[in-house]
Design a protein around this ligand. Structure first.
Ligand SMILES: O=C(O)C1=C[C@@H](OP(=O)(O)O)[C@@H](O)[C@H](O)C1
Ligand SMILES: C=C(OP(=O)(O)O)C(=O)O
Length: 432
């Protein structure tokens, strides 16, 4: 790998070997800052992820009057919780590229006694926000959108609890309702038809909230008071999957990734790869502040294609780009269906998976909400259009490391959204 004229040039490698520590989890870092801000007392957050997206949440929370000290050496934050009613008004909040920041903060802010205004970058301002406006309005929230999109204007209102069945699979929507529900009295219940990550539920419980949850159901009983309690953020399994995939598809590889969050609602990708024949071992499992954490060992494997449906997609939504890359190198056919949510991420991920795989001479077909991939041993290096989407950039860097010739990754710096050290960590484990 080398950088020429600002473009990352990726060439085929021999093998992957060694040990690496997964970067801190993005979803848990966002939630740690938000919940510690409205808890009573001080919270130390260790191993916080310093990335563009999580900085958006951190700055927003500071603008809302919460003091956060950063110790970059220990990757730690000290948050002075203000309690549920201690936030103060700010002029406007720039959520950048981060859907999690925008949707979770809307849930938090619609129960406050002041107006709020949230906006994002070009990509975020195109992403759907009706999905939060609808349930929050049922609760009594006053939220204005522009044709279903940000900017979001929030006016103060009195919120009521709801019983809500989710009509799309989204942990952000679920979390937004849970945060708003903290400003109601009574019982809010959410049923999910498709399971999604449960980090908000886990962390609310960690902060002593009166909440019950199981696979598809959450109940929160108010009034609540959150009590500050220290948090260590586990490694991000979504970030780890790029290295897992590379080890799986590269001959003679053996890789250990330490301290990865293995919350059951995030490990579906590992089960899918194991089903494809992937040699993946989870060991040294332990619990750290209510979240499961473990080490993962991966060895090169002969993968075979599989069928992936909507229920699979909801449980590994961010891993579909890298899963598609491994499918392109697997034996036989893979069909990923029910993937409409991929079209409304930082880019239309279904489209960019298709275009980039096609340019690498993969046998691939695009359906309305699906993608079909007939795997082969070798892809051909090509120009990759990342659409400024970090997950497309990382997935196709992996594709390029196994392809013949050169692969050029445009705007590779977009990895700073979730994993600023991605290329640095990759260098550590590549053996030429
Ligand atoms: O709650 C979260 O932290 C996230 C939920 C998912 O989004 P959706 O809720 O829109 O599916 C995921 O794609 C995103 O990267 C992080
Ligand atoms: C979709 C993602 O994040 P967000 O929705 O927070 O922008 C992601 O990280 O892949």
């Amino acid at each position: 790998m080398l950088i020429r004229d600002d473009i990352m040039i990726v060439k085929p490698i021999k093998t992957i070997k060694g040990e690496i520590i997964a970067p801190p989890d993005k979803s848990i870092s966002h939630r740690a800052v938000i919940l510690s801000a409205i808890a009573s007392g001080k919270t130390t957050i260790s191993n916080f992820l310093f990335s563009d997206d999580t900085f958006r949440t951190l700055s927003a929370i500071r603008k809302l009057g919460v003091s956060i000290d950063i110790d970059e050496n220990s990757s730690g934050l000290l948050v002075e919780g203000k309690g549920l009613d201690g936030l103060t008004a700010t002029d406007e909040i720039n959520c950048g590229n981060s859907g999690t920041t925008m949707r979770l903060l809307t849930g938090l802010l619609c129960g406050q006694k002041f107006n709020s205004y949230l906006y994002g970058d070009e990509s975020l301002n195109k992403r759907p926000m009706k999905r939060i406006q609808e349930p929050l309005s049922y609760m009594g929230a006053k939220i204005k959108l522009e044709k279903g999109h940000a900017p979001i204007i929030i006016e103060p209102s009195k919120l009521n609890p709801i019983k809500y069945t989710m009509n799309i699979a989204s942990a952000q929507v679920k979390s937004s309702i849970l945060l708003a529900s903290l400003y109601t009295s009574g019982v809010t219940e959410i049923e999910e038809l498709l399971p999604t990550r449960n980090h908000t539920e886990v962390m609310l419980k960690h902060f002593n909230c009166n909440i019950e949850y199981e696979d598809n159901f959450v109940r929160i009983i108010n009034p609540n008071k959150l009590i500050a309690k220290d948090i260590f953020v586990p490694g991000d399994i979504s970030s780890a999957t790029y290295f897992i995939a590379l080890a799986l598809i590269t001959e003679n590889s053996n890789l250990i990734i330490r301290d990865v969050g293995v919350n059951k609602s995030r490990t579906h990708i590992l089960r899918l790869w194991q089903k494809m024949g992937g040699d993946i071992r989870i060991f040294n499992e332990r619990i750290l502040n209510s979240e499961d954490i473990a080490d993962i060992e991966v060895k090169s494997s002969d993968l075979t294609g599989i069928v992936i449906d909507k229920k699979d997609v909801s449980q590994c939504i961010d891993e579909i780009p890298i899963l598609a890359v491994t499918a392109a190198y697997a034996k036989g056919e893979t069909l990923i269906s029910g993937a409409e949510e991929l079209k409304v991420k930082e880019s239309d991920r279904l489209h960019y998976i298709y275009m980039n795989l096609k340019n690498m001479k993969s046998d691939v077909k695009l359906g309305d909400n699906s993608i079909y991939i007939n795997g082969k041993e070798n892809l051909v290096g090509s120009h990759i259009d990342t659409a400024n989407d970090h997950r497309i950039a990382m997935a196709f860097t992996v594709a390029g490391l196994k392809a013949s010739g050169e692969t050029n990754i445009s705007n590779h710096e977009c990895v700073r959204i979730s994993y600023p050290d991605f290329y640095k960590d990759l260098y550590k484990i590549i053996k030429h």
